[in-house]
Design a protein around this ligand. Sequence first.
Ligand code: URA
Length: 435
Amino acid sequence: MEFRMVDLITKKRDGMPLSKEEIHFFIDGYVKGVIPDYQVSALLMAIVFQGMNENETVNLTSEMLSSGDRLNLEMIKGIKVDKHSTGGVGDKTSLVLGPIVASLGAKLAKMSGRGLGHTGGTLDKMEAIPGMRINLTIDEFIHQVNDIGIAIVGQTSSLVPADKKLYALRDVTGTVESLPLIASSVMSKKLASGSDAILLDVKFGNGAFMKTKEDAIELARVMVKIGRALKKDTRAIITDMEQPLGLAIGNALEVKEAIATLKGHGPKDLEDLCIYAGSVMLNEAKIVTSMIEGTKLIKEAISSGKALSKFKEFVKAQGGDVSYIDDVSKFPVAKYIKPIVASSDGYLKEINALEIGEGAMKLGAGRATYDDVIDLSAGIILNKKVGDYVHQGDVLCYMHTNKEDVVAVEKEIHDAFKLTNNKVEPLKVVHEYIK
Ligand code: URA
């Protein structure tokens, strides 16, 4: 049946659901270049305001998925598990979690992204280790996962071209913040990358896309339903992004923290998250039957050095210099390491993750546009977390930068720490498990 794009736009504008055929017409026409950006922008804005029901969201995901190739990972023996975080500040989880679950027999064949704006990306962090290759061929990727149980690479351009075009358009038309659009974007990419099971880490808080826990739960529920409807074991955890994860923000700094965590002395919130998420992934991989069993195995994998050895195998297999793992002092260090101190006494009630992420970016750790070059040594090391009591003059954090003039950024970072006279409890990291 032939449709007219203007009819789809008015239908959605008036709050009516689009049929599977209409969604096919729009995605197919947009990818082929026969429907112009201005009409797709209008439809996206109508979706932002009117939403989509579950059926429409599943159909949208499935059409986006069909717009490109799907990775066939059947050549990899065992259950392939994948993990996706909706993005945050200081989130180096994949670098810790991947080696942990691979060391215990799960297969992690993961495609990751780069950082943009205030959020970091796993690929940039990996590149802080000299020599690390993130563009393996599909054959190399499959062989590596078969050999050592883990590979993390950049996404190939033939997977979900519809998302690539739509995401670029959403970015410049104010249409990123829409539950069905985020859910279909994330899930189409995860489903195209071919794993048997998916764990979604859906973050909420000032540093996340979803500002409230309720919104994060709703997004997670929709994504889990999409995964199930398209026959994948999909589960989600809802985690905190009201403050940065761990203490390190910035590429080389985060890799060092990931290594410390694999050596058994990482920050508690990061370790807690890795143990929880890892237990769910081991359950998805049918290696454990309970969270208690998963937790025990993961703690052993860390204390025995097994997880760290797997990290070294992974770095070596992708061409990275393993000597950096044994001697982290080899990582580049910024020229200036400057403390920021508290200007009064009180309990820390907030370390605004968005403001810290933006501060780290301005110190050189991130990019404002895709072409910006990042400074691998730059970033922030927190010295306090929410719930801590601080005295005037105590160090809140250290700025690591090669930039001379950081007076304005220093003030912004200082103001990201909010104090109160009332006692504040530390924040827990994992709030819900949705399956
Ligand atoms: N991450 C994605 O991959 N897509 C979105 O729409 C938002 C976050």
